[in-house]
Design a protein around this ligand. Structure first.
Ligand code: CTP
Length: 401
């Protein structure tokens, strides 16, 4: 988003207040933002707020003179790299599709050659109305990018599709859409090491102590990082998964062999993502031959090195991302890990939830950082979460540079 010129068009949906945070997040991401409101939208959120947050005067009236900024609609339209309408009401969608340009918003969006994005938000019945659906389909076929509204509780008291997604999600969606339009990959030119799977600590040549990690999260991250243009080296403990396209595999088994592989690569990589479930202990004296049956036996375990901790301690240019599986005090324990392990980001899973963590297809929890507020990550598929993680990493890299 850095340096991008974004117009945020605000029409008169009850969710117009959420557009304030959209503007703020876009600016934080480095974009320059100008706001255009419909007159009716000013009854819901004030132009003053938008003016302050965007640091530009807000354009509403075609005929009003604003002295310190040329609001002429053509100038505004050509200034934009992207035009997003948040929220887009049924009325504004209808007008845009019908080619009506009777106010600042509909005129500027008609005049701009920039890619156009609409975030519909309205009552469910309105959203499902065949006229609105036809307008959206028409606009889609004309190249407009339309965000799906969320299903949820709406201000009118009903539950159904029509709710505006969170500002965070809107900005993420816009960023992704723009970067895929530009055909730019988020991690072009970067080298990434991803660790995955559960390490195996051998008792004898045929037995080991393992854990329930399937490797799915790490493999999904490796696949997404490769899709985003990175050179990806997947340091993996044994799993039943196939290696994703364009990913180099370094096969390991124990924590120590994983450490050896990661240490070897560390100086020459930009990003390390430790998604592996590394055993904290190993067997003190691994038997050289298969242990024969006996009445009972005692295994002595000794502590394994903490790979991530040691990487954190000797971090130079690398961006370091860890994972944590917690069953309670997820944020508190996670934040402690961020500090202790010198991480740039921690994905803290709440594995007390049935649909998060080991051996399931979904995950939920938090993204934690050393100097930023935690972000909640809703329950989502691991493939989807991998996309969010790579997006976060790309944002962190752009803040670093
Ligand atoms: N990790 C590691 N080496 C270990 C143990 C863990 O590199 N020996 C990494 C994991 O890959 C993960 C992160 O550290 O990215 C968190 O691991 P976790 O076991 O949850 O945290 P610990 O610091 O070991 O804390 P605790 O077990 O007390 O929760």
């Amino acid at each position: 988003m850095r340096g991008k010129h974004i117009i945020v068009g605000v029409s008169a949906g009850i969710a117009a207040y959420k557009a304030i945070e959209v503007v703020s997040r876009l600016r934080k991401a480095g974009a320059e933002v100008k706001v255009v409101m419909t007159k009716n939208a000013t009854h819901i959120a004030t132009p003053l707020t938008f003016g302050e947050i965007s640091n530009h005067p807000v354009a509403i009236d075609m005929w009003e003179e604003i002295h310190d900024w040329n609001v002429e609609h053509i100038a505004l339209a050509t200034w934009a790299d992207a035009y997003i309408v948040v929220p887009a009401t049924a009325n504004v969608i209808g007008k845009i599709n019908a080619g009506i340009a009777d106010d600042m918003l509909t005129t500027t969006i008609m005049a701009t050659p920039a890619p156009k994005f609409l975030c519909p938000a309205m009552n469910t019945e309105m959203y499902n109305n065949p006229i609105v659906q036809r307008n959206l389909a028409d606009l889609r076929s004309l190249g407009y990018h339309i965000m799906e509204p969320e299903v949820g509780w709406l201000a009118c008291g009903v539950t159904g599709p029509g709710r505006l997604p969170s500002p965070e999600f809107i900005v993420q969606w816009l960023t992704e859409q723009l970067s895929s339009l530009e055909n730019k990959h988020l991690l072009d030119g970067k080298t990434v090491v991803v660790t995955a799977g559960g390490t195996q600590e051998y008792i004898d040549p045929v037995r080991y102590i393992g854990n329930r990690s399937s490797g799915k999260m790490g493999y999904a991250i490796a696949a997404e990082a490769a899709r985003q243009g990175a050179r990806v080296i997947l340091v993996s403990a044994p799993t039943s998964l196939s290696v994703p396209a364009n990913v180099e595999l370094v096969a390991v088994d124990s924590a120590r062999s994983m450490k050896e592989a990661v240490d070897r690569l560390y100086d020459s990589v930009d990003i390390v993502i430790m998604a592996a479930a590394v055993s904290d202990f190993r067997v003190a004296n691994k038997a050289e031959q298969k242990i024969k049956k006996m009445e009972s036996m005692t295994l002595e375990l000794v502590k394994n090195p903490d790979i991530l901790q040691s990487l954190g301690e000797r971090k130079t240019h690398q961006l370091l991302v860890g994972f944590a599986a917690e069953t309670e005090h997820v944020v508190e324990y996670g934040q402690d890990k961020v500090k202790r392990k010198h991480l740039d980001m921690l994905v803290a899973n709440d594995v007390s939830k049935a649909n998060a963590g080991f051996n399931v297809d979904t995950n939920e929890g938090y993204f934690l950082y050393p100097n930023r507020e935690p972000k909640v990550m809703q329950n989502m598929k691991k493939s989807e979460l991998a996309r969010h993680i790579i997006r976060e990493i790309s944002d962190l890299l752009s803040f670093k540079s």
